[in-house]
Design a protein around this ligand. Structure first.
Ligand code: NDP
Length: 284
């Protein structure tokens, strides 16, 4: 089937792997429709060898911007004209924005997380425990630190990755941070304000996978967050809700990074409810 694009429409895109029903595409296009923007958000699979050409193509075709997913988040940087503050600190870009004739790399993952966190608690002066040290943990750690957290504990299975993130937080973001090697059920220190699962544990189809955490050490005063968007009600979310904690699910982060992306591209602050509803429809 021949596909014809109408290049008069403003284009944004996602350089990642297309899936049958791409949740991000559904969410972003719901916002475009709601705000009367005659725009498209396309999901385009780009081979790593073709990334330079893909970025040149996006420039040539006047894309307003695009998202990047794994494996392009770091490699794309060399093809851009500049970086925002957190993308520069993290060394990873998930959102590219055309500003004038320049393509600028931003990172909205952590910003999206902090936006959803702020609906429940002001991160300033708070003590935070993060499980994981991959891309999501890095984005969240940097952004929570920039938002004023007083201390961040990184709990991770592999020492090298965990210590590398702690080093980045201490050296580049100047926040007090410690590494704890994840062995057995982690006991959350009583003075913790925010507990975050930033690992892939619990992601569909492994929905019954358990985070090695002693849930009896969670207190109702703590905010508990999970980055897993599918399913949104993970085992951790259910356990923390039963204890009486305030809880943020993975849709919160996903919606808010989308909100920030649409605002970067269009200048319009989109309706969060419309975007969350579109995601919930995809995830059922
Ligand atoms: P990475 O592969 O970069 O990192 C995965 C992390 O999970 C690592 O710290 C890894 O530990 C840890 N991990 C994985 N399996 C286990 C296990 N069985 N036991 C202990 N630790 C484990 O992935 P990302 O950081 O990019 O993504 C993590 C999750 O965040 C994904 O599920 C993704 O869907 C979600 N995400 C959600 C977003 C949202 O908007 N809601 C945005 C971005 C990501 P180790 O270092 O030891 O391997």
């Amino acid at each position: 089937m021949t596909k014809i694009l109408n290049f008069k429409q403003e284009l944004t895109g996602c350089f990642g792997k297309p899936v049958a029903e791409n949740p991000t595409q559904a969410m972003i296009e719901a916002a475009y429709r709601h705000h009367g923007l005659d725009w498209r958000y396309l999901t385009i699979e780009v081979d790593p060898r073709d990334l330079a050409d893909a970025v040149r193509g996006a420039r040539a075709m006047g894309f307003v911007g695009f998202n990047c997913t794994i494996p392009h988040k770091v490699a794309v940087i060399q093809h851009l004209d500049g970086l925002g503050e957190s993308a520069s600190l993290m060394g990873a870009v998930n959102c590219v924005v055309r500003r004038g004739d320049k393509l600028i790399g931003e990172n909205t993952d952590g910003k999206g997380f902090v936006a959803s966190l702020r609906t429940l608690i002001d991160p300033t002066g708070k003590r935070v425990v993060i499980f994981g040290a991959g891309g999501a943990a890095r984005a969240i750690g940097v952004e929570v630190a920039l938002a004023g957290a007083s201390h961040i504990t990184i709990v991770n299975r592999s020492r090298a990755r965990g210590e590398e993130l702690v080093h980045l937080l201490r050296q580049n973001v100047k926040v007090a941070s410690d590494f704890v090697l994840w062995e057995g059920d982690y006991q959350v220190p009583a003075n913790t304000d925010v507990v975050i699962n930033a690992t892939s544990i619990g992601l569909f189809p492994d929905v019954d996978a358990r985070l090695a955490l002693d849930v009896s050490t969670l207190k109702s005063s703590m905010v508990v967050a999970d980055v897993i968007p599918n399913p949104p009600r993970t085992r951790l979310v259910k356990d923390a809700t039963a204890i009486g904690c305030k809880v943020i699910d993975g849709l919160g982060m996903l919606v808010n990074q989308g909100v920030i992306g649409v605002e970067y591209w269009s200048g319009i602050r989109p309706d969060t409810g419309v975007m969350r509803k579109a995601l919930e429809d995809v995830f059922g």
